[in-house]
Design a protein around this ligand. Structure first.
Ligand SMILES: NC(=O)c1ccc[n+]([C@@H]2O[C@H](COP(=O)([O-])OP(=O)(O)OC[C@H]3O[C@@H](n4cnc5c(N)ncnc54)[C@H](OP(=O)(O)O)[C@@H]3O)[C@@H](O)[C@H]2O)c1
Length: 245
């Protein structure tokens, strides 16, 4: 059984928990990091008992950029891989009137991820191995009137991950961009989601695990989302701007 560690950032996310469990089931030790330590401790106990691996919990705030270098330096065991799962949907309509709210959406989904990943990427590049996973979104594939603040932050994150993948390829470090489509989690619990287009956190976790193993670049969790987004991306602007998407 391997003794490698996987660091999960935003580990209280429903997708993150399922992903932590998937890696633990394969024998990885797990580092859970997020803001709510009490919740992390409950999850740690579950993983320890069920999968018999080591689990550590750490406080991590994606918005506290100045703390990120110390956060990584203080990890005694440097991880084999990292999964960036934190993110917020936010209240798009409110954020159009309230720039601090818009900035929180942008900083949580984009700036915070760049801040911590630049630190981790430099370490992985120096030692010449490891994997990085970023959970982005199909919302980043084309700006739409219904969620362009969240979508533009995810677009930035997808472009960032693409550039990081290009940079780190020569060092043997893989970078996986995950586009989940709709997923049943606490983020979407108030939304009425179409069942056929909606994945479970466990499906996301399986795609992440197999994507890392196969060193994939980008995965859509439900393949139908690749088709849907390909149509949306290719709609001419004069048609697109008349839709209500
Ligand atoms: N659900 C969907 O349909 C869907 C679709 C596409 C993409 N995504 C993306 O997938 C990722 C996971 O989403 P999810 O649905 O699993 O979300 P979730 O269950 O709502 O969890 C999101 C997590 O992000 C963490 N977080 C928020 N702000 C943070 C901060 N400043 N610092 C550290 N952690 C922070 C929260 O941790 P604490 O509890 O510790 O505060 C929360 O547990 C997100 O990036 C989301 O944008 C979701």
């Amino acid at each position: 059984m391997t003794k490698d560690w996987v660091l999960i950032l935003g580990a209280n996310s429903d997708m993150a928990r399922a992903t932590a469990r998937r890696f633990a089931s394969a024998g990885y030790n797990i580092q859970l990091a997020s803001r709510n330590i009490e919740e992390l401790k409950k999850e740690s106990e579950h993983i320890r008992v069920k999968y018999r691996v080591e689990v550590q919990e750490f406080f991590f705030d994606a918005l506290n950029f100045d703390s990120h270098a110390d956060f990584y330096t203080e990890l005694k065991e440097k991880p084999s891989g990292v999964v960036v799962a934190f993110g917020i949907l936010g209240d798009e309509k409110n954020a159009r009137r309230d720039f601090p709210a818009a900035k929180t959406i942008i900083d949580t989904n984009y700036t915070g991820a760049v801040s911590i990943l630049e630190i981790i990427a430099a370490d992985f590049e120096r030692r010449r191995w490891g994997f990085i996973v970023g959970i982005s979104s199909v919302a980043g594939d084309r700006g739409r009137q219904s969620n362009y603040l969240y979508g533009s932050a995810k677009a930035g994150f997808s472009a960032y991950l693409g550039g990081l993948r290009h940079r780190l390829f020569a060092a043997g470090v893989s970078v996986l961009t995950v586009k989940p489509g709709f997923v049943h989690t606490k983020m979407t619990r108030d939304l009425d989601l179409p069942e056929k287009l909606t994945a479970t956190p466990e499906e996301v976790a399986e795609k992440i695990f197999s994507g890392v193993e196969k060193k994939k670049s980008t995965v859509y969790v439900k393949p139908v989302w690749m088709l849907i987004m390909s149509i949306i991306i290719h709609l001419p602007e004069w048609i697109f701007k008349r839709t209500k998407l």
